[in-house]
Ligand binder design. Structure first.
Ligand code: 0WE
Length: 259
């Protein structure tokens, strides 16, 4: 098979460790020829992201708090400098809600933490897309992929404010696809079933959720980060040249069931 990402340059937001969905996507892109820059959030994970990035010969690893427009401007400035002013691929795999808001009742979510979840998990895509726009334009187009979850469309117990953030993200994908289509920039989401990542490990009842998927999904099996990586790579590739504004489910078919 021809290397789908030969000569392509990408930026990956959201790697924390080797189990991260963002890392599975990055490995797939790099294996097929992409040159990748990475951002990390917080000193605690800097080492692990730098070590992982080095394994794919990344020319740029930089810190980024996606809540800050100034930080995003700086990051895309660094990316432009490393990548001759151009960018082809943007991977957004970032989400955060306060742990206590993923346990109790949604109705008890305080205002400030509601907006925190939406800011980090949804607005960050809009801000990153805006900052990436001139870099995509320099390349005659681009492709953006973000990660979503069924909990943004249906009520999944305990997903709570993250569900509201994902609903916001999903709608943002459609409006960004409309805005950026003019520049030949595509915007899509992968909706993954439960994957065992750092973000998932701290969630009470995660094994129960996996058991429910195993019992009720048409394919009766778990989803791996690599499955997600393959789907994201397809959406990012020229094979998906006329795919934009959509959600691609990698969930063993769980979303298609009514019972
Ligand atoms: O989007 C997610 C989880 C994202 C996430 C995870 C954490 C854990 C640590 C966002 N913020 C935090 N904050 C933390 O402090 N998923 C799709 C995985 C997930 O999380 C759930 C799920 C599923 C599935 C939480 C409750 C119920 C189901």
């Amino acid at each position: 098979m021809a290397a789908r990402f030969e000569g392509k340059r990408g930026l990956v937001l959201g790697v924390a460790n080797k189990r991260s969905i963002a890392w599975a996507i990055a490995q797939r892109l790099a294996a097929e020829g992409a040159e990748l820059a990475f951002t990390f959030q917080g000193e605690r994970i800097e080492r692990s992201v730098r070590d992982l990035a080095a394994t794919v010969d990344s020319p740029l690893v930089t810190s980024c708090d996606v809540r800050s427009d100034e930080e995003l401007e700086r990051v895309f400035g660094e990316v432009a400098e490393r990548f001759d002013g151009g960018l082809d691929l943007l991977v957004h795999s970032v989400a955060y809600a306060a742990a206590e808001d993923l346990e109790g009742r949604f109705v008890d979510t305080p205002r400030e933490r509601f907006w925190l979840a939406v800011d980090v998990s949804a607005y960050s895509l809009v801000a990153a897309a805006r900052a990436a726009e001139p870099l995509f334009e320099a390349r005659g187009g681009g492709s953006i992929v973000t990660m979503t979850y069924l909990g943004g469309e249906r009520a999944v117990p305990h997903y709570n404010v993250m569900g509201v953030a994902k609903a916001t993200l999903d709608a943002s994908v459609r409006y960004l696809a409309w805005d950026l289509g003019e520049q030949n920039v595509r915007v899509n989401a992968v909706s993954a079933g439960p994957v065992r990542t750092l973000a998932a490990r701290s969630i009470a009842g995660f094994p129960t959720m996996e058991a429910i998927v195993e019992e009720r999904a048409p394919l009766h099996r778990h989803i791996s980060a690599d499955d997600v990586g393959a789907a994201a790579a397809f959406l990012l590739s020229d094979e998906a040249a006329n795919v934009t504004g959509t959600t691609f489910y990698v969930d063993s078919g769980f979303h298609s069931m009514g019972m």
